[in-house]
Design a protein around this ligand. Structure first.
Ligand code: SF4
Length: 383
């Protein structure tokens, strides 16, 4: 790895560097694993272990584990029941702005894409949140495109403060911030921070992020750690499956979360499993990740870190989502609009990608209940 990917301050001097070896350890661990040499015996050993180490996790991610999906599903279900019972949390994302300074080649919000841009006004945000809360939801995830200029920290803090009037659990998925900024966000009422590394392969990462602050791999990588130092209760991880070698990306993502959990045992860790979806004006062709492969990764995360949260997004079909919440996922979105606004009135800006599951909160609640699962709107009280 060259200096180019790691020295944040050479590019953007607002980027804080923290003392941490988690990135180096994750990348060196992944580079030492050859998934193609893992045997069925390795997979069986992993499934027979009470607790998995990183090698055991690698076994479950490997091609050799594909013929063990049924056994993995049974083990994942047991682990999920042990730590979460039959409960599944429901939440919804709210996109508040689609302005973005980055050039991610796989995203409809990228700066060079000619789309209808918008940012919600304080009045719009209040209306959207009030409408969402009216559906019974008590958890919200606030998203913006990554523009420090168009969605500055003041704007995001205001969104969070408004959200605390309507919701008990508030997450943010915005550009990476410094420790002090995360601290302020936490004081405004945010509980958890989601940052997707997209692909963990630094070379592929550089190709896919030709310009913009997101180009600094290391600053993004250390976001979760800065958020925890800033006082956040939980952090979420994800690789956008299809951008690089999906097995290696899943291995790196799990390793990243595992090493962070060891360093910060109190942190609530979650995984997301997004697959690349078609997007507006997009002609980017990705590696196609089948549902079987997605399932394998979801089950492997559950068995490796059985106490972690796992979110399944509306990028996936209703059938797949309904099944995975019974096996490994602990959180499901409902009533999703990925345009800017769209819950209270007409949406004001274009969507980030196309969704596959348009069901509303009541539909999802019903689907969970019919499967004997317990829909949970909140399991957290701020004191
Ligand atoms: S993935 Fe995020 S940072 Fe990249 S263009 Fe889309 S909104 Fe911007």
């Amino acid at each position: 790895m060259t200096k180019k990917f790691t020295d944040a301050e050479e590019y953007f001097n607002h980027m804080e560097t923290i003392r941490s070896d988690i990135m180096e350890n994750t990348l060196s661990t992944v580079s030492e694993v050859d998934l193609s040499t893992i045997t069925q015996r390795d997979v069986r050993n992993a499934l027979n272990s009470e607790r998995l180490d990183i090698n055991g996790f690698a076994s479950l991610i490997s091609p050799a584990a594909e013929s063990f999906l049924e056994e993995m599903a049974q083990r994942a279900r047991q682990e999920k029941e042990r730590y979460f019972g039959n409960s599944v949390n429901i939440f919804t994302p709210l996109y508040t702005s689609n302005h973005c300074d980055n050039g991610c080649m796989y995203c409809g919000f990228n700066k060079n894409n000619k789309i209808h841009r918008a940012r919600l006004s304080p009045k719009d945000i209040e209306a959207e949140m009030s409408n969402i809360a009216g559906s019974g939801l008590t958890e919200i995830l606030i998203l913006t495109g990554e523009s420090r200029k168009m969605s500055d920290t003041k704007f995001i803090n205001e969104c969070v403060r408004t959200a605390t009037k309507y919701f008990r659990n508030v997450g943010v998925e915005v550009y990476p911030m410094n420790v002090q900024e995360y601290k302020e966000l936490h004081e405004s009422g945010a509980d958890y921070v989601t940052v997707f590394q997209e692909t963990y392969d630094p070379v592929r990462y550089a190709e896919l992020h030709p310009f913009g602050p997101k180009r600094v791999y290391s600053y993004r990588f250390n976001s979760q750690e800065r958020a925890l130092i800033g006082g956040m209760r939980g952090v979420a991880f994800g690789a956008l499956l299809g951008l690089g070698d999906h097995r290696k990306d899943a291995l790196a993502c799990g390793t990243h979360a595992y090493l962070l959990q060891r360093k910060y045992p109190h942190a609530e860790i979650s995984f997301s499993l997004p697959r690349l979806r078609p997007f507006i004006n997009g002609n980017y062709s990705a590696e196609l990740i089948s549902e079987r492969h997605l399932l394998q990764i979801a089950l492997a995360y559950r068995i490796f870190m059985p106490f972690s949260g796992q979110t399944i997004s509306s990028r996936e079909s209703p059938r797949f989502r309904d099944n995975i919440v019974g096996l490994s996922a602990t959180k499901i979105s409902a009533g999703v609009s990925v345009g800017i606004g769209g819950h209270a009135e007409e949406k004001k800006g274009d969507e980030q990608f196309n969704i596959s599951d348009p069901r509303n909160v009541e539909d999802i609640r019903k689907a969970l209940t019919e499967r004997g699962l317990q829909p949970v709107f909140n399991d957290y009280v701020r004191v």
